[in-house]
Ligand binder design. Sequence first.
Ligand SMILES: *Cc1c(COP(=O)(O)O)cnc(C)c1O
Length: 397
Amino acid sequence: MNELMEVCEKVVCNTYARYPVAFERGAGCRLWDTEGKEYMDFLAGIAVCNLGHSHPEVARVVCEQARKLVHVSNLFYTRPQVELAARLIERSFADKVFFANSGAEANEAAIKLARKYSRDKYGPGRFHIITMKDSFHGRTLATLSATGQEKVHKGFDPLVEGFRFVPYNSIQAVEEAVTEKTCAVLVEPIQGEGGVRPGDPDYFRALRELCTAKDLLLIFDEVQTGMGRTGSLFAYEQLGVTPDVMTLAKALGNGLPIGAMLATEEAARAFTPGSHASTFGGTPLVTAASAKVLEIISKEDFLADVREKGRYFLGRLQDLQKKHPDKILDARGRGLMLGLELSRPGKTVVDRCLEQGFVINCTHDTVLRFVPPLIVTREEIDRLMETLDAVLKEWEE
Ligand SMILES: *Cc1c(COP(=O)(O)O)cnc(C)c1O
């Protein structure tokens, strides 16, 4: 283990603060490290492995497709890509899909589409996009510029022009920020990296009305909230509004790299041959796997189970807050995207849980984030709660 860490420092770019654990194998909600120690996973590779690790049906599709055809480029048609797009459309507001390889790339496509849509219709100069403070949209130059967090911008200026940041959950702030140069609003239904902060349904309804009135594209970044995470296939379904554009990635391939931008016919018309492209976007391998993921997650009884376990989990977190009112300020979230806001930085809690065989995560410095595989059981949730309770008890002033 120490040797692996040392070599890693030498040969891999130093962009991550890693925990001193190397994982070797996973199954369902369990992970095993190189020393054979077992862990219960409440992070799912940051809301990615929604069906758990090494899901047998997904693994079977990947193996079969890998033997058949992995990649041919988008100069040709492949059936898995077309079928995945058709199924995503069937299950959402959208009419068209563009395939990419990550969340950042899906958002890049959305940003480009918004600019092109506006330019085709209104001419140059109308390219500003309103995004939210504490948002997270990715690490490419355009998406980090769209991200409302200074620490993500630092050292990379000049940033891409045209992003305006306003406080999350304030419709008034958006109304005040809209000018004749605005073409779109980009927003997460629940801010993930920003500390598991849900947006109000009223806010989204007002955003929808504003965007329709001013012909701004309403773009939902569902990279983290999508694919059953919040108890519906997409989080927007619980908000009573539909966006014009939605981006997906994280759990879409249950760990295989895939991103997707979904759009209405009217918005998608702005993309024509040559507008945008990706060598790896929508390969038969990843789209075949994603179609299987989508098939399993979109079943109504699967989603009902996520909602039920989410309510149970949130209830347990609220009980924990009552027990530790000085240490826990808030318990919140939707479905199995839950957060516990602490009165101080959460890193030591994460470290202690990891030592005891539980993988959790801390975001926005003080918010413990729980995004387990959606197949997590109540017993597993109970076991995490016992451990968290003990860790918080020993966490003295
Ligand atoms: C993770 C995330 C991204 C970036 O996805 P990558 O695949 O890392 O590029 C964008 N938006 C949201 C909301 C995310 O959670």
